[in-house]
Write a protein that binds this ligand. Sequence first.
Ligand SMILES: N[C@@H](CCC(=O)N[C@@H](CS)C(=O)NCC(=O)O)C(=O)O
Length: 207
Amino acid sequence: MGNEVILLNFWLSPYGMRVRIALEVKGIKYENREENLSNKSPLLLQMNPVHKKIPVLIHNGRSICLDDRSPLLPSDPYHRSQARFWANYVDTKMCEIALKFWTTEGEEKEAAKEEFLECLKLFEEQLGDKPYFGGDNLGLLDVALVPLICYFYTYNLYGNFINEDKYPKFIAWAKRCTQKESVSKCFPEEHRVKEFISKKKKNLNSE
Ligand SMILES: N[C@@H](CCC(=O)N[C@@H](CS)C(=O)NCC(=O)O)C(=O)O
């Protein structure tokens, strides 16, 4: 049997970006297939019939998860559970705040901004003096968090709130990550993010 790996994806998805980065780090070759989320392909519906969401990773015709023997996870059980805890925090908390920031105005938007900055403070502490959350190399939390960096430019454009001086470690980490080819090649171009978000905002404002 061949060794066919297909990723069903949507270019702006932070979840999709992290799978791409993990595949790059592991050196796995794959085909990236873009999905139209308002008209999902039969393959997506077949491979993820419960959630019907991207990303879906398909290996030789079967949907799979990236496994725990990944070099992204520390071997020490305590550090492994910490990495999982914080990666889950990104999923549940940060992605929700980011969505609130994009889709609300006024007080709610301000609250989302404050919450986001609180998260950055926590991550600044978690990072300490390490180059990456994973230590000397990218780890699970780095890969989970770094896709959010590609929205920073547009955050600042619409909210002007990320003051680099306040989060020096976090900003240095972000720059370090984006200088890695395994990360930067999975990021969409800045202008595409900006165009997509300004279009979304226009649609929301006209509703
Ligand atoms: N927890 C899921 C979240 C995936 C997710 O929310 N995917 C979104 C795109 S970013 C999606 O497919 N949305 C389509 C829909 O909800 O119909 C993961 O980590 O993979």
